[in-house]
Design a protein around this ligand. Structure first.
Ligand code: ZN
Length: 73
């Protein structure tokens, strides 16, 4: 997984970021449209400490959600 470095909040320019988990049941599931059943991974959110904006939503295990070998070329 590629590392994404957020240095500044795009909303207020704040430089202090907090990494959070989006709620105790926070997670994302693969869309049923994909017809691959449901897979759930924990969703994380990077929050700006200055203005509280959620700068980024992400999961740390995208491979678990959709293994690369299943992707279409
Ligand atoms: Zn901010």
């Amino acid at each position: 997984m590629k590392e994404v470095k957020i240095e500044k909040c795009p909303y207020c320019g704040g430089e202090e970021m907090i990494e959070t988990v989006a709620g105790s049941y926070g997670g994302v599931v693969l869309s049923p449209v994909s017809n691959r059943g449901f897979r759930c991974v924990t969703l994380f959110a990077t929050v700006c400490r200055d203005c509280g904006s959620v700068v980024r939503f992400f999961c740390k295990t995208p491979e678990k959600l959709y293994p690369k070998k299943e992707r279409r070329e």
